[in-house]
Structure formats: C-alpha cells, structure tokens
Design a protein around this ligand. Structure first.
Ligand code: LLP
Length: 414
C-alpha cells in the first residue's frame, strides 16, 4: 500500500496535491512519500519478527541522502555496490557496521575504504576477489569479514537483464565449487568467514524461486558445518517484486514466513537486501504535457520527462502506470507518451488511454526505485529535482541540476 491517492479530484502524495509540488519545483520532478517508505521498511522488519535479522536496503534503488537518512533513522542497514554508495551511506548518517558490500568488481581502493569504515561484511563474488581482499586486509593489519555469494543456478523467472542467479550470469561463485572456495577462505589469514549470500534477480513475483535458492544454500550451510565451517549469517539478497500493473507479488510477510520456515532452528542471522519493494511505489515521476501530436497512425503525448529521467520503459520494456494529476471529463484517446530525447526508444509508456491537454500534469507511478538513480544527462538534459512529501509538508531533497553543472569538470584544450 502506498500514500498516493486522489483527494477531491487531485492526485496527492500524502496530504500534498502533486500540482502544488509541480508549482513549487517545476517538472520533471521525482516525488517520494515518507510515510510510504517507512511503511514498507517496517513491513519487512516486522515480517522477520523476532528472528535475528538485518534489513540491508539496496542503495542502488534510490540513493538520495534524505531517503538513506530516513532508513538509517529506522535502524536499516545498507547493501552497497560501490565506494560511492558507501560514501553516501556515511554522509546520510548510516551505520557502516550495518553495511554489506556486494558486486563483482570491487577495486582494491573500494576494499580499503570499506575496511577503514568497518563494514559488516563483504559479499565476495569470486575466488580472485577473495585473494585480493585477503591481500588488502593483510596490508592494513585487519581481518576482512566475508560472505561468499553463491550462484544457486535458479531461474528467477524475471526479465533476463535483471536475472542474476543462473549459471550463465556473471554473479557469484558456482555451487559446484562452493565448498572448496569456503575452505580456501577459511584458510586465508586475513579473512573471517561469516556467512553465505545469494541474489537471484529482481522483480520476482512468486515465492518458489526464492525458496528453491534458499534450500540450496541451506544444504550448503549444513555441508559446510560438517567440514567445520560454521556460518553465522545467511543473506538472501533482494528481489521481491512490486505491483506495477496486474502482478500480485508475495507480501513481505508471506515471503519472510516462508524464509523462516525453511531456515528451521538453524541459528543463522537472516539478512535481506530489499530495494525495489521499499522504494518503487513510494515515488512518482511528475511530468507536464508539452504537446499533443497526431501522427499518421497514432497519437503522441510529448511530455517534459524522458528516457534520461526514467530509463526503465526503454531499457526493459517496463510498464509503469501513467495517470493524470487532475483528471478531466471527456473522451479519451490512445497515446504513446514520449519524451523530447532524440531516440525512438524514448518513451515512458505506449498505448495509454488518456484525456489530456497541453499543460496537464501526469504522474508516472512506481518510479521511486531505479528511477533517479539510473537517470543520465543524455541530450544535455539537467537531471530532475527530487522532493519528499511528509504529511502536509514538502521538502526539496535534490535541486534540479543547472546547465552549468552539466559541464562541471570539463575543460578546453590550452
Ligand atoms: N542485492 C543485490 C546483490 C542486487 O544486485 C540487487 C539488485 C538488490 C539486492 C536489490 O534488488 P531489488 O530488491 O531492488 O529487486 N534496474 C533494474 C533492477 C536492477 C536490480 C539490480 N540488483 C530495474 O529497474 O528493474
């Protein structure tokens, strides 16, 4: 459930009409709801209940400092994939002691930065990375806490670009080599083996792939114990899907109940890395209709947001609802909702039934995750503003970029 709804005919975030946000900050503009973010975090946290656990919000979904800070205040940990994300977490007041560091290509510098900060665990993705981390930690006189990311070879049944747990994907260590790599890790002097992890993909809408992966990991945990390698935590990654259209993904409650059942009485701390499920439906992208245009065989609504602001429709053929901020009465037309960028792939939605005029505001729903974080400056378009609504108040949490910022750091030849 989220806190975007029509109030007296005006689409609002919590108690603030979105038209008021557009008037204050312009468009395109991302608008998030604090109450929704908090509700979703609590849903996960409560779902796991009294079993020892840590929710490590996946920073890549939305890394605005205000978002990270809200989650940090609720006690969230963070799943990061770069030194930049670690710096954001620290800047936002997050606890490095609750950070897990995922990703296949961590550099030695990033390892040093994370060791210095005292993160909770490195989710190591290859044997080569294990050796590198051992060297880096040794040179600093430290022991690096590690988990090994295992690729369980499970089909997540999601878009191929966001499916990560199959043999052919670049992620994790093959299950067939898992015991050997754990034994190697346990023998290295500057590593401390803490756990195992997996992440099989994103926007999963059914439980079986999660459970299948978990069971394979638990079998591994049991085999490792027989070898004398006792793990203290199991990190099941993120990936729980959200409702964009007609999907009905399991709720955090159902998901966590299934995890706990399969975990049985093993004394493993459970780590979860949700990103999308916390943020997607906590945000909309607000855009204004610039022109209506009738082509030879279809109508176009040209809006002021584009693929550089929200790339999901172009990149994954993702469907996100596009709804009017102040609905009109009248005949609806079928529109392709497109942006100003010079690419045919620049669309936010196709074949949408709308009754609109130039100057109207539209909201692209479910844009809180993988929206702003994937934005670019393509076509030299400054990135959109970000606003957080909190009850009846709205706060600018990132100013719209200026054109001068577009060439910041560039220089002419002498
Ligand atoms: N943990 C790891 C190791 C991940 O790679 C990811 C996402 C997550 C957690 C969070 O997954 P979530 O709970 O958000 O599904 N840009 C794509 C999604 C890419 C997800 C990448 N990894 C999209 O817009 O659909």
């Amino acid at each position: 459930m989220d806190h975007f709804s029509y109030r007296q005919g005006a689409l609002s975030a919590e108690e603030v009409p979105l038209a008021e946000v557009a008037a204050a900050y312009g468009t395109p503009c991302y608008v998030y709801s604090r109450a929704t973010i908090e509700r979703h975090f609590h849903a996960f946290d409560r779902a796991v209940g009294d079993h020892p656990h840590l929710i490590c919000y996946a920073v890549k979904a939305n890394s605005n400092l205000a978002v990270l800070n809200l989650l940090a205040r609720l006690g969230s940990g963070f799943d990061i994939v770069s030194g930049g994300e670690l710096a954001r977490v620290i800047q936002a007041g997050g606890d490095p002691g609750k950070v897990v560091f995922s990703g296949v290509g961590k550099t030695a510098d990033e390892m040093r930065q994370a060791l210095q900060a005292g993160i909770y665990c490195f989710n190591v993705e290859s044997e080569a990375e294990l050796e590198r981390l051992n060297e880096v930690a040794g040179a600093m006189g430290l022991k690096a806490p590690v988990s090994l990311r295992i690729n369980p070879d499970v089909d997540a049944g999601t878009h191929p670009y966001i499916s990560t747990g199959l043999k052919e994907n670049k992620f994790g260590i093959a299950m067939a080599r898992a015991e050997q790599v754990f034994q190697r890790a346990a023998s290295l002097p500057n590593l401390q083996v803490k756990g195992a992890d997996c992440h099989i993909g994103s926007q999963l809408t059914t439980l079986p792939p999660f459970i299948d992966a978990l069971d394979r990991l638990l079998a591994l945990v049991d085999r490792l114990a027989e070898l004398g390698i006792v793990l203290s935590h199991l990190d099941v990654g993120g990936g729980l899907g959200v409702r964009y259209d007609e999907e009905s993904p399991p709720l955090p409650d159902e998901y966590a109940r299934a995890l706990r059942e399969h975990l049985g009485n093993r004394p493993l701390t459970l780590i979860l890395e949700p990103g999308r499920a916390i943020m997607a439906n906590a945000g909309v992208l607000l855009t204004e209709v610039a022109y209506l245009k009738t082509g030879e065989d279809r109508h176009f609504a040209i809006v002021d947001a584009a693929m550089n602001d929200l790339i999901r429709p172009s990149l994954y053929s993702a469907w996100q609802a596009i709804i009017p901020v102040e609905p009109r009465d009248g005949p609806h037309q079928t529109y392709d909702v497109v942006g100003p960028v010079c690419e045919t792939g620049d669309f936010l939605g196709k074949g949408r039934e709308l009754c609109i005029e130039p100057g109207d505001l539209l909201a692209v729903r479910s844009s809180g995750a993988y929206g702003f974080t994937m934005a670019s400056n393509y076509n030299s378009r400054p990135r959109a503003a970000e606003v957080m609504v909190d009850g009846d108040a709205h706060h600018l949490i990132r100013a719209r970029e200026t054109v001068e910022q577009l060439w910041q750091g560039e220089s002419l030849l002498p």
